[in-house]
Design a protein around this ligand. Structure first.
Ligand code: HEC
Ligand code: HEC
Length: 80
């Protein structure tokens, strides 16, 4: 029985992390071009973090992934 539970947990973990990866590898995030006037001339990750720190006390919506590098690789798509 114990082995069965371990196997089940392993499967659940694989599925969960699989989705999380697909999320970030397959999809680009919402584009900064949705708000061009706010994001004009912003190119540095450090600047992005100033307004999107996960603490929630900054101006923009908080990011779940403040430690990613190259914010604009994923957030510079066409506006939606
Ligand atoms: C001067 C502060 C500021 C800076 C710097 C800034 N942002 Fe924002 N950002 C905002 C605000 C405010 C909003 C929310 C606008 C709204 O919802 O009206 C926003 C919205 C967003 C959104 C959500 C777009 C959507 O459609 O939901 C993303 C993604 C984003 N910013 C990424 C970035 C990235 C990446 C950078 C760095 C290149 C950056 N921001 C730099 C203030 C900033
Ligand atoms: C590998 C691609 C990737 C990178 C790099 C990346 N992001 Fe994202 N980001 C996403 C995806 C996908 C979403 C939408 C799902 C989510 O909220 O987790 C998102 C969501 C966001 C949101 C939430 C927008 C909202 O409307 O709530 C903000 C803010 C944001 N990212 C900021 C940043 C900042 C700042 C950086 C750099 C430190 C960054 N992202 C780097 C892929 C990325």
């Amino acid at each position: 029985m114990r082995r069965f539970k371990t196997a089940l947990l392993g499967m659940a973990l694989t599925i969960l992390t699989g989705c999380a990866y697909g999320h970030y590898l397959g999809l680009h995030g919402p584009s900064v071009k949705n708000f061009p006037d706010i994001h004009q001339d912003v190119t540095e990750d450090a600047a992005c973090r100033e307004c999107h720190a996960p603490t929630g006390d900054s101006t923009g919506p908080p990011t779940s992934h403040p430690n990613f590098t190259g914010c604009l690789k994923c957030h510079n798509g066409p506006p939606s």
